[in-house]
Design a protein around this ligand. Sequence first.
Ligand SMILES: *Cc1c(COP(=O)(O)O)cnc(C)c1O
Length: 232
Amino acid sequence: METLIRAKLEQALAGIAAAAREVGRDPAEITLEAATKTQDAATVRAAIAAGVTVCGENRVQELTQKLDQFAYDGARVHFIGHLQTNKINKVVGRVDLIESIGSARLLEGVNDCALRLGRVQDILLEVNIAGEESKSGFAPEELLFAAERAMELPGVRLRGLMAIPPVAQDVGDNRKFFHKIYQFYVDIIQKMGDNKGTISCLSMGMSRDYADAVREGATLVRLGTALFGPRS
Ligand SMILES: *Cc1c(COP(=O)(O)O)cnc(C)c1O
């Protein structure tokens, strides 16, 4: 299993590097995150042994199970799924980064929880870039206000943005969205006067479209299928 994942990982890393060089970026600026939903602890361990350094988990129950099994040992863990407010306390303080802060209510809830634990939780704000009804995330016009609020809250540290564009029909369809997200990202860094480099993470791009995401400025791409094959 590890050999197979290693081969796919190398292929994906080569794809990331090629896309980065096309636009004059240093491939070292981009981190590959393994989206490990539905993968069991043994598979997660194999991925880490193969060289994966960041795992992204979607569901609280899976996260908790795999944490209890020490499946992520040797890698960082991010939460990338929809987080219900009643499950915040199962995630805060247990992951290195929560990428999916998509509402004011969740932002305040994570802050409160982190303060109770005496922690500072690293977060990304999720942007609903195409205004899809079915998706969570801040609308682009709410983003700046949310970022300002996040900067004020002592229990969270704003590290950047995350987005999941619509399911694309054709390769290349999402590049325009990645471009827009990148512009919001740069805008926020400027407006927040972040000269310490705390806001340095732009999480976008999945198995089908990560090359375009890298071309448009992603620093973190989240790959499931490309590493593990189709999910059953
Ligand atoms: C599943 C998932 C991914 C990875 O999707 P693939 O298309 O399999 O690469 C990335 N991000 C999030 C938020 C996911 O839920």
